[in-house]
Design a protein around this ligand. Structure first.
Ligand code: NAP
Ligand code: MG
Length: 447
């Protein structure tokens, strides 16, 4: 290829920490910069820079995403007490993901990257289960009090119009304990619902949503009500036209059904449920590194990232001079997700086509048995399988990419893209629709 492909609008890059920072750099050097002419609006969200700037750099990065609409983010350390000491921090800064999600008010969508020779731990799962995680409020934007002496804890709402406050006793404490205050906003829940319905319609898959509304009769029930209102008002017709459905049930029932399903739906989750369940799904599908993650805001801002952390244990091994075998797939898919979106927004299909080649080049070595340690552990005992190092894996991807770029090769056998099912877009949702149909749960979306 003689000329680099031009990305016309700057892409917001957020650098990170530890092992992922090292891989992020290699991915850029070896898989992107040799082929792309792109302007990068760079923010170093490494812990030291966040500390040096009193976390202003995180806020600047979120504003940059609002300007350019597409950002890609490396994994970052959310400091705990140990990190404050390790890095000599001024304070225990909040999670950068939390800060950015709070500012963009988005929904995080995650989907596994399926490869034919890596089988999910749940044998029944045939298709990707996508997760839509509400990214605002609840326990991630809470206030907490440690109670150390007897007293009364109250929930008080003081209206700004001077009318009577609303008060409820939470607990009369006689002994030490804890209190937590959480909130959410109708507008944020509504945009969460809209984002989920939009995503599912785009992908041609059903939406499942579960809360604990039988216990939380006001808070969780409000989520259910808003989803129902939105669905009835704006989505029902389109969903019926597309042959897909919206299904609401209790969160614990949803979990039980997911385990027995064939997959192939968007599972809308409240913030905490999504945090926990996406890690469960990622590991059940194979590895935390085989999962895509994108934050979609109601204003149409997109932030792509890996769903795993900075892989601290591998980083310490690396610092000790040991050879590591860390999987860069999710980091690479963060870049390709961002580039595909950039291509779509800019009307530059060549950028999106290049990103697809990179994704295919990631899968090709794995299908051929070239894997990092996380995949080796679950790939079964095929004699062709062999473990490569962190660096070696990226080199194999580079070789596969070179062939695709120079010979125009495209497509990888054995790889199920995480978007619309099958590239012919042909697959029906019949199997689990029947299961839903039989249920006594509230089920919206059928005549
Ligand atoms: P982690 O980085 O996700 O790693 C947990 C374990 O999962 C690793 O020890 C490794 O298992 C496996 N793993 C994760 N990613 C892998 C990859 N790409 N390739 C191979 N194996 C992988 O979680 P953590 O160690 O609990 O957290 C480390 C730091 O990341 C923390 O400071 C946390 O705050 C931060 N974090 C950031 C984000 C984010 O920015 N999105 C998300 C979560 C956590 P083995 O050791 O068994 O090989
Ligand atoms: Mg999590």
């Amino acid at each position: 290829m003689s000329e680099k492909i031009r990305v016309v609008t700057p892409i917001v890059e957020m650098d990170g920490d530890e092992m992922t920072r090292i891989m992020w750099q290699r991915v850029k050097e070896k898989l992107l910069l040799p082929y792309l002419d792109m302007e990068i609006d760079y923010y170093d969200l490494g812990l030291k820079m966040r500390d040096d700037t009193d976390d202003q750099v995180t806020i600047d990065a979120a504003h940059a995403i609002m300007r350019h609409r597409v950002g890609v983010k490396c994994a970052t350390i959310t400091p705990n007490g140990a990190r404050v000491e390790e890095y000599g921090l001024k304070k225990q800064w909040s999670s950068p993901n939390g800060t950015i999600r709070g500012m963009l008010d988005g929904t995080v969508f995650r989907a596994p990257i399926l490869v034919k020779n890596i089988q999910p731990a749940v044998a029944g799962w045939k298709r990707p289960i996508h997760i839509g995680r509400h990214a605002y409020g609840d326990v991630y934007k809470n206030e907490e009090i440690r109670v150390t002496k007897p007293g009364i804890a109250e929930l008080v709402f003081t209206p700004s119009d001077g009318s009577e406050p609303v008060r409820k006793v939470i607990q009369e404490f006689k002994d030490p304990g804890i209190i937590q205050g959480v909130h959410n906003l109708d507008s944020s829940i509504r945009s969460f619902a809209t984002a989920c319905f939009t995503y599912a319609l785009d992908q041609g898959i059903d939406v499942w949503f579960g809360t604990k509304d039988t216990v939380s009769k006001t808070y969780d029930a409000r989520f259910r009500e808003i989803f129902e209102e939105e669905y009835e008002a704006s989505w029902k017709g389109a969903f019926e036209g597309a042959g897909i459905e919206y299904f609401f049930t209790l969160i614990d029932d949803a979990v039980a059904r997911i385990m027995k399903s064939e997959g192939g739906m968007l599972w809308a989750c409240k913030n905490y449920d999504g945090d926990v369940m996406s890690d469960m799904l990622a590991s059940a599908y194979g590895s935390l590194a085989m999962m895509t993650s994108v934050l979609v805001s109601p204003e149409g801002y997109f932030e792509y990232e890996a769903s795993h952390g900075t892989v601290q244990k591998h980083y310490y091994k690396h610092l000790d001079g040991e050879v590591t075998s860390t999987n860069s797939t999710a980091l690479i898919f963060a870049w390709t997700g961002g580039l595909k979106k950039r291509g779509e927004l800019d009307g530059t299909p060549e950028v999106a086509a290049f990103a697809q080649k990179v994704e295919d080049a990631v899968i090709e070595p794995v299908v051929g048995g070239v894997m990092t340690g996380d995949l080796m552990r679950i790939a079964g005992s095929d004699p062709k399988n062999r473990q490569v190092s962190t660096e070696g894996f990226i080199d194999h991807i580079r070789q596969a990419l070179e062939k695709k770029v120079y010979r125009g090769g495209h497509g990888t056998e054995g790889y199920q893209r995480s978007g619309r099912q099958g590239d012919d877009g042909s697959y029906p949702c019949g199997v689990y629709r029947r299961a839903i149909h039989d249920s006594k749960q509230v089920h919206i979306g059928r005549a």
